[in-house]
Write a protein that binds this ligand. Sequence first.
Ligand code: ZN
Length: 302
Amino acid sequence: MTQPPDNASRQSAGPVRLLSFDLEEYFQVEAAAGAVGAGQWDSFAQRSPAVVERILELLASRGSTATFFVLGWIAQRQGDLIRRIARAGHEIASHGMAHAMIHRMTPEQFRDDAGESRRRLEDLSGSAVLGYRAPTFSITRATAWALDVLAEAGFAYDSSIFPIRHDRYGVPDAPRFAHWAVGPAGGRLVEIPPLTLRILGANAPVGGGGYMRLLPLAVVKAALNSAARAGRPAMIYLHPWELDPHQPPLAMSRLNRFRHRLGLSRMERKLQALLERYRFTSVAARLEEIRSNITERFVYGG
Ligand SMILES: [Zn+2]
């Protein structure tokens, strides 16, 4: 059933519902890394700009804003697009430079990678970059030093830690909602995890990507409603390539192809349905409120 956006939440600030897009190309995902090296990326046609234009129209028509975690590689090639996203009232945040998972970098390389992406994005958007999201949610217990690096570099928040059990990422016992994340050296910043549901004693991922493509929309709505009832922020994440079912197939393992292509044709309708039912904002638009309502802190690594 489609309902108009919640008018009460337009007048008061209402539940904190955050929408984010990791702005990268379909050929830059970790699942394609075995088939397409970073050195080959420039030989592919970029498909994300056209998808982002559709996303901007959709957001504008529904009165929602979003955070775009932009890959530096895209920013270097699509400056006008990044400026347009920022001018439309959305937040520009960092997704690193070249989509390297954090465990493949030293702390020094990571500091340089995050810092360079931030400088480039600030130059393009004209606004301070407050947030960071690691490629493939790759801040884990083993790479918790990245939190110290981000805090020291002055990032206000991170959205890279999935509180689930998964073969590539996740900290299963991390808090499910916004909290102070403390690194092994004591660095501290706001952590905003993707939306999960508590099912049978474990955290089930529901708030984006392949999970949202796979699950019935009712489950995503149930998680959004549950977070709102508890007065906690809900973070949804998507990738432009997930709204592009006609992207060329890439050489991948069967498992990776299944994960990458599952439900691509349904994702845009799911996003539309969520935007019809709820009003979303960028993180930046609600960050003060999120920060002042935090009661939990969690020490990672160390
Ligand atoms: Zn990514």
